[in-house]
Design a protein around this ligand. Structure first.
Ligand code: PBG
Length: 331
């Protein structure tokens, strides 16, 4: 293996030889597009260039375009008017709320689209936490998971294919799986936010769902994971698998490639990665500073997730990347 017998640059000289020997590929089938829905007319999310909170008509139109580009699954998040929020997140369980209506309409129009919804209370609580609080202001684990299991049932009843508990309470997967079995939703997939770290990279998302002001100066560190830990992610994964999770997620993605790689090595379950709002904002910002197209940055960053072992990614850049991959593969 000595120079000049071995010249690594021989293979790198041409695009065709680079493509022939490429170890990893990204396809449109790997993309999940997170979308925001609200009752009010469509607005822009200021901290996430190109991302919108859609009203239902615009959401259906945007999904039509995304499906045209080959996107096959969408994760839907509600942005609730602050007047409809309260300490218990009551609106979450109101079966007539606009999220359930939107899910029904999306499902009716796109029956073969994979539809994912978060199970957590933060879009609905006036304090911005993912559950109901105890007297000391901590999220009350056991009362919260009761409510979340009902929320999961409502989502399944409205028509989602995948419920994604993003709350990081203990025992949530078990109680949700039990409730889904009991209520006849035996095929509903649970995508667990297994290794969800207490991260500052969620800032723009909180802006998008209108919880930033409420959660400002508070921390979710008493239920989300400490970012100095990695073995703890393995323990979380073991628990989620034993409780009935189908798919596991690591979140955020780019600063946590070691966690994705470790989980992929240790478990046979599919490992998903969530390239979160702050990562999106960061890459969009870099693309405007460098005056280069964002696709190139997203392509490289998503390839990193793929190399680490992620089978699929949630990314706000999904439509952009679907269009890019279409051009790229036809080249
Ligand atoms: C809610 C939830 C969050 C995200 C997804 N679901 C925010 C949080 O936990 O505060 C973050 C997604 C993103 O930043 O893109 N539980």
């Amino acid at each position: 293996m000595k120079f000049p017998n071995t010249r690594m640059r021989r293979t790198r000289k041409h695009e065709w030889s680079r493509l022939l020997t490429g170890e990893n590929q990204i396809s449109v089938n790997d993309l999940i597009w997170p979308v925001f829905i609200q009752e009010a007319p469509t607005t822009k999310v200021e901290s996430m260039p190109g991302v919108k909170r859609y009203d239902i008509d615009d959401l259906l139109a945007a999904i039509t375009d995304a499906v045209e580009l080959g996107i096959k699954s969408v994760a839907i998040f509600p942005c609730v008017d602050s007047r409809n929020k309260d300490a218990n997140g009551t609106m979450a369980l109101d079966k007539d709320n606009f999220l359930y209506q939107a899910i029904k309409l999306v499902k009716a129009k796109f029956p073969s689209l994979g539809l994912i919804a978060d199970v957590a209370l933060d879009p609905y609580t006036d304090h911005g936490h993912d559950g109901v609080l105890d007297d000391e202001g901590y999220v009350d684990n056991d009362r919260t998971i009761e409510i979340l299991s009902q929320l999961a049932i409502n989502l399944a009843e409205a028509g989602v294919d995948v419920v994604a508990p993003s709350d990081m309470q203990d025992g949530r997967i078990e109680i949700i799986r039990g409730a889904l079995e009991l209520e006849g939703y035996k095929d509903c997939i649970i995508l667990s936010y297994t290794a969800k770290y207490a991260s500052s990279f969620y800032g723009p998302f909180r802006d998008a769902v209108g919880s930033s002001n409420a959660i400002k100066n508070k921390s979710k560190a008493h239920y989300q994971m400490d970012f100095s830990n990695s073995e703890e992610a393995i323990l979380e994964a073991q628990l989620d698998i034993s409780e009935g999770a189908d798919w596991l997620m690591v979140k955020p993605a780019m600063p946590y490639l070691d966690i994705i790689a470790k989980m992929t090595d240790r478990f046979s379950h599919p490992i998903f990665a969530y390239q979160v709002s702050g990562e999106y904002a960061m890459l969009m910002d870099l693309s405007s500073r460098l005056q280069i197209s964002p696709e190139v940055l997203f392509y490289e960053s998503l390839m990193g997730l793929k190399r680490a072992g992620a089978c699929a990614f949630l990314t706000y850049a999904a439509p952009m990347m679907a269009a890019y991959l279409k051009r790229h593969t036809c080249k």
